[in-house]
Every structure is written in structure tokens, then in C-alpha cells.
Design a protein around this ligand. Structure first.
Ligand code: ADP
Ligand code: MG
Length: 234
């Protein structure tokens, strides 16, 4: 039986402005199932970040409803929403948000603690996640001692360490060369296949199409050719 992890119905987001309202999202309708890897494609300004922020409860839509695992997130109390976000969602932001004075290990440890990863599992989980991202040797390095691409992989590792139900990733491969992009996407795909994680990942890089089960194209805040199937899966 399929389980719907994300359901968006008629979602719109308007940013008011003096020179006229900006419709960042209009009538967005789609679903993501458990264990599905969905790529959100679209050029700059198409609404990818706005949509991911709304889905993660960091921003609120101006209209429409978002259900995550069957719960209308607009009805959640703030405390509940924060706990849900930390335990069930892994975020990879464009601005990464790594703690600058903490090592790679400590950056993951903070997230593991906030996400209530059991104490006795934490260390192994952190080291294993760093290893999967090819960063085992960098566990004691601070973000400024690493390249942009390594920092981006720390940000992805941090999203994986809590074993979330859902990963929302905003252009997580923008700092990676194509070889590293392939490696990182393969790790994410493995989480989908093995652990039943659902992933919604935005990108304008066509490499992601090789790993995604489905591609959603955003254009000017609207879904273009909604629910398009992956061509080579047909
Ligand atoms: P993408 O992530 O695909 O580049 P965004 O979601 O960042 O797209 O932006 C979608 C549209 O909304 C763009 O036209 C952008 O200029 C506008 N926008 C985004 N954030 C804001 C904001 N805080 N205030 C006003 N307009 C915004
Ligand atoms: Mg963006």
C-alpha cells in the first residue's frame, strides 16, 4: 500500500510588493509517496525555495493546504511543529547553516541530539553518515577548514543523520563537481530504496534526473506537465 508523505492542494504564495504582488507559487497540486525520490526542477526564480520552505513549515502558503504524513501543517502548534521538523524532516538549505565553531562531527551531533537519536546509537550513526558522504577523514574539521563542496556534503550528512521520513533539499549539489554530485545522489537514492525515505530535491542540474523516480518542473510558480514520469522508467 502506498503512503502519501506530502500532499499539496492549491498551494499559492504571494509576496506583496509596492510594484505589484509577486506570485511565487500558484495552484500547486502534487503528492509524494513514501520511498519516492522526486526532483523539483526549474530555473532561478521559478519558486523552488518558496515551495520547499512552505513544505517544511518555515514559511506559510497564502492559500491552499499542505499535509505532511496526513497532518495539515497549518494546524500544528509551534512547539509540535518544531519537534516534528527536528525528528521527521531532514533539511538541506541553500545557505547550509553549519555551526562555524563546531567540527563536522559536532555539527551532526547537534542535529542528532535535537532529533532525539538514542544516545547509544549517536556516535556510530554520525561516523557512518560521514563515511557515506566521503568525509570520514574530516570529522574533526570545522566548516571554514573545508571546501564549499565538503561543507555542502556536511549539510547533507546532517540531514541524513536523524534518519528522517522526509528530506527536503534545496539545490544540494550546487557546490559539487559532477563526479561528487553522482556520489551524493547515489547515497540519497540508497536511503530512499533501503530506508523508505522520501526525498524532494530541487536542482537545475540535469544529473538529478538520472536518480529521481519522478520530476516535477516548476515554471513561474506553476507546475509544468505535472506528475511527469521518469522517461527511462517507462
Ligand atoms: P527559486 O528557488 O526557484 O530560485 P524562489 O522561490 O526563490 O525561486 O523565488 C520565486 C519568486 O518569488 C521569485 O520571483 C522571487 O523573486 C520571489 N521571492 C522569493 N522570496 C521573496 C521574498 N522574500 N520577497 C519577495 N519576493 C520573493
Ligand atoms: Mg532557490
Amino acid at each position: 500500500m502506498t503512503e502519501t508523505v506530502i500532499a499539496a492542494k492549491d498551494v499559492g504564495r504571494v509576496y506583496p510588493s509596492d510594484s505589484g504582488d509577486v506570485h511565487a507559487l500558484r495552484e500547486i497540486n502534487f503528492e509524494v509517496e513514501r520511498g519516492e525520490f522526486v526532483a523539483l526542477r526549474g530555473r532561478s526564480g521559478s519558486g523552488k525555495t518558496t515551495l520547499l520552505n512552505c513544505l517544511g513549515g518555515l514559511d506559510s502558503p497564502s492559500s491552499g493546504v499542505i499535509w505532511i504524513q496526513g497532518v495539515d501543517i497549518a494546524t500544528m502548534e509551534e512547539v509540535e511543529r518544531t519537534r516534528w521538523r527536528r525528528e521527521s524532516i531532514g533539511f538541506v538549505f541553500q545557505q547550509m547553516g553549519l555551526l562555524p565553531s563546531f567540527s563536522a562531527y559536532e555539527n551532526l551531533d547537534v542535529m542528532a541530539r535535537l532529533g532525539n537519536v538514542p544516545r547509544r546509537e549517536r556516535r556510530d550513526r554520525i561516523l557512518d553518515t560521514l563515511e557515506r558522504m566521503g568525509l570520514k577523514d574530516y570529522y574533526d574539521h570545522r566548516p571554514y577548514e573545508m571546501s564549499g563542496g565538503q561543507q555542502q556534503r556536511i549539510a547533507i550528512a546532517r540531514a541524513l543523520v536523524t534518519k528522517p521520513d522526509l528530506i527536503l533539499a534545496d539545490e544540494p549539489s550546487s557546490e559539487l563537481d559532477s563526479e561528487t554530485t553522482h556520489k551524493v545522489l547515489a547515497v540519497l537514492q540508497e536511503s530512499v530504496r533501503k530506508d523508505g525515505v522520501s526525498i524532494l530535491l530541487s536542482s537545475h542540474d540535469p544529473i538529478v534526473d538520472e536518480y529521481a523516480d519522478r520530476i516535477i518542473n516548476l515554471r513561474d510558480g506553476q507546475i509544468d506537465g505535472a506528475m511527469a514520469a521518469k522517461p527511462n522508467a517507462l
